[in-house]
Ligand binder design. Structure first.
Ligand SMILES: [Fe+2]
Length: 233
């Protein structure tokens, strides 16, 4: 499997609190069958120098992990970000394409925590006009009526859902409804730590094999592999 959404880089956001925790998250991911993992720390761009600062902090955190990992058995690491969809992101920030996953034009974006309106759909569409391929983070968390109202499902983008949403009945029911509407989906961990939001890709995949048998290969393997342009891992 490939994990496209995770917060394992140490001390950069509300994810891993130490290098040790980061390595534990990565080791556990590998044990579960995750072969590659994209680091997607939260990225909020309010001021013009926020992008440079984010890239610098991300690079430093990555170097710490590389140095500490040595020859530990961890997934291959790619770099990205979870970009908060702010109102005027494209007007104010040149270089946002630098937040795309390493070597690709895919960018992970997160809906704002307020009532959604059509400007959001426009914003995501504008990313595609700029040549990027947006992946919408944990779409199942947003209000379903609001998503319908703003026409989110009409966008030709990839929708990411969290592995933990497979684990209980009510969130699984929500997934079922979303999947029935059609679209391209990918499952990622959105892991933040080793206790309250740990990696759970394997458990999710096993449940999916039972509950969504015809989709499982596509949403756990094929779509993510196509995004990173690697063999299906
Ligand atoms: Fe996240």
């Amino acid at each position: 499997m490939i994990d496209l959404h995770s917060h394992f880089l140490p001390e950069i956001d509300d994810g891993s609190g130490s290098v040790e925790e980061s390595l534990n998250m990565l080791t556990e991911s590998k044990r579960q069958g995750v072969k590659a993992c994209v680091a997607t720390p939260h990225c909020t761009l309010h001021r013009p120098d926020d992008l440079e600062r984010f890239l610098l902090n991300r690079g430093n955190a990555f170097e710490r992990i590389k140095a500490a990992a040595g020859d530990s058995d961890i997934p291959e690491i790619f770099l990205g970000g979870e970009v908060y969809l702010d109102n005027n992101i494209l007007k104010n920030y040149d270089g946002i394409e630098r937040l795309c996953f390493s070597g690709t034009d895919y960018i992970l974006v997160e809906l704002p925590r307020r009532r959604l309106d059509k400007r959001i759909t426009e914003l995501i569409f504008n990313l595609t006009v700029k040549g990027m391929s947006p992946i919408l983070a944990h779409v199942e968390r947003a209000d379903s009526d609001e998503l319908d109202e703003i026409g989110i499902w009409d966008l030709d983008i990839i929708f990411q859902v969290n592995a933990e949403s497979f684990l209980n009945f009510s969130s699984r029911r929500r997934l079922k409804k979303i999947f029935a509407g059609g679209g391209k989906f990918v499952v990622s961990s959105d892991m933040h730590n080793t206790d309250t939001r740990p990696p759970c890709m394997l458990e999710a995949r096993n449940i999916s094999k039972n509950k969504f048998p015809r989709m499982t290969d596509e949403i756990f393997y094929i779509n993510a592999a196509n995004i990173l342009k690697t063999a299906s891992l």
